[in-house]
Design a protein around this ligand. Structure first.
Ligand code: ATP
Length: 455
């Protein structure tokens, strides 16, 4: 994990938030390469789950919403984590995490059970002090909207993107008239005042979610739930999260939220342990019913066959974007070779790699090589978008630098390209990141050659 974090900082993927001011706990900034990787993943998700499908509709709802949304959804009353405080240092911890660290399973425990388990087992804080009673802590950040700060102006930074879709259900039904089953998809920021942010971008206070609310007829939910399990694995294949590192955790009946009939977590073997990557939940028609009741606006579709009003049931696949990035980076990170031959390589899927190609002249001080390479660089940029340039140091070092950031192909313009060996005029070497092999390819064939390789 330390090597990965250091690579992320050194090469411009992810920085500590507000770093020059000493940081702000639980916030991270994506740098030039990280934001490219993030955008590629977002675009791949949007394409796979929204634009490539006929039953999906995208939305992009406001982060600030009417406070009644969060009352109806249950977040004002219940979006809480169990908090326990070191009575001496006043440092706060997640009580369930403290129990897990002491090999006690907190699932199904209420606050009293947790307090009792902590005291009965003599569990002390990491600083060796006694803990107080376990109590709840609401994780929503609140703010006031407008110039007047009173009860009525309270709003929250959304702790999930899901509610933005439920409250737009009627708008989409009235404007696009979708038929069941259909879904809404959204990518956006979510904010949670996590008691103990940790493990790099895994648990932050500001993060991004890619979520789907998929509406079905009640009797169809089981089949659709299985379809979503398959689609979620296909997504992991697409971005390079190996299925062998993913484990399904069926949430036990007694631990399900009261509105859920089935919830499955997809856990990933992160470098710091097996933890939740994604979730899939069958939420019945709880959310639409609650919002309909609270807002007094009917949230339903009209069944074509029976002309009856139906409140659809909902299946929710949820994907944390930052956890995706971490899982993708951890899966792609490899160290190979020994001594001087040692290299770090990020074996990212070409479709999500920050740079698709790097173009280099063999030598920097030869104008003919530079001109030819520059022209090729611009041509490649037109085709592949993000193509980088490197003319620094020797070729071996340049390859190492590109390996480390996951650039799948390096193209070198050399004297043969210029026609020193007439057979090789207008050809370049293309070096493959994963195998290290080089091939000579005609510039006229380069686009097709690379496109085939990147499939
Ligand atoms: P956890 O149990 O790890 O706190 P959760 O069950 O509360 O997660 P959900 O409410 O299901 O998480 O959120 C949906 C997804 O959003 C998660 O599967 C995860 O990928 C992501 N996510 C949740 N909390 C965070 C966070 N603090 N930082 C980064 N990503 C998060």
């Amino acid at each position: 994990m330390e090597q990965l974090i250091s690579l992320c900082k050194r090469r411009g993927f992810i920085f500590q938030g507000s770093e020059i001011y000493g940081g702000l706990a639980g916030t991270w900034d994506y740098g030039p390469l990280g934001s490219e990787l993030k955008r590629n993943i977002q675009n791949a998700w949007w394409k796979m789950f929204v634009t490539d499908r006929e039953d999906m509709y995208g939305v992009d709802a406001a982060i600030l919403m009417n406070q009644n949304v969060w009352k109806a959804s249950g977040h004002v009353g219940g979006f809480v984590d169990p908090l326990v405080e070191d009575l001496v240092t006043k440092k706060r911890y997640r009580a369930d995490h403290i129990l897990e660290q002491n090999n006690i399973n907190p699932l199904g425990m209420n606050l009293d059970d947790m307090s009792k388990a902590i005291s009965d087992n003599g569990i002390k804080s990491p600083d060796g002090n006694v803990f107080g009673e376990v109590r709840t802590f609401n994780m929503m950040f609140h703010t006031n909207v407008g110039a007047i700060q009173d009860e009525t102006s309270i709003s929250y930074l959304r702790p999930e993107t899901a509610q933005g879709m439920f409250v737009n259900f009627k708008n989409v039904v009235d404007s696009l008239h979708p038929k069941l089953p259909f879904g809404l998809g959204q990518i956006g920021k979510a904010f949670r005042n996590e008691i103990a942010p940790r493990d790099f971008v895994f648990r932050s206070r500001e993060f991004e979610q890619m979520e789907i609310e998929y509406f079905v007829k009640e009797q169809d939910w089981e089949g659709r739930f299985s379809d979503w399990i398959n689609s979620m694995y296909e997504w992991m294949d697409l971005v390079g999260i190996p299925r062998s590192s993913v484990h399904e955790l069926e949430v036990a009946k007694e631990d399900l939220a009261h509105y859920s009939k089935r919830t499955m977590d997809f856990e990933f073997d992160f470098p710091f342990g097996r933890k939740e990557l994604y979730g899939l939940a069958y939420r019945t028609n709880f959310d639409l019913n609650n919002h309909a009741e609270a807002s007094k606006v009917g949230l339903y579709v009209v069944d074509d066959e029976t002309s009856e009003k139906v409140v659809p049931h909902c299946i929710e696949p949820t994907f944390g974007l930052d956890r995706t990035i971490l899982a993708v980076l951890a899966s792609a990170y490899h160290e190979e070779g020994e001594g001087d031959d040692k290299r770090i390589v990020l074996k990212l899927k070409p479709s999500i790699a920050p740079y698709k190609v790097c173009v280099s002249p063999l030598l920097r001080n030869k104008p003919e090589l530079m001109d030819k390479a520059r022209a090729l660089h611009s041509a490649m940029k037109k085709v592949f978008g993000n193509v980088t340039w490197d003319d620094n140091g020797n070729i071996g070092k340049r390859y190492r630098r590109q390996d480390e950031i996951g650039t799948p192909y390096c193209i070198v313009v050399d004297f043969d390209t210029l026609g020193e060996n007439t057979d090789l005029l207008d050809t370049v070497t293309v070096r493959d990141r994963d195998t290290g092999t080089q091939e000579r390819v005609a510039i006229s064939n380069l686009e097709q050659f690379l496109k085939e390789k990147m499939q």
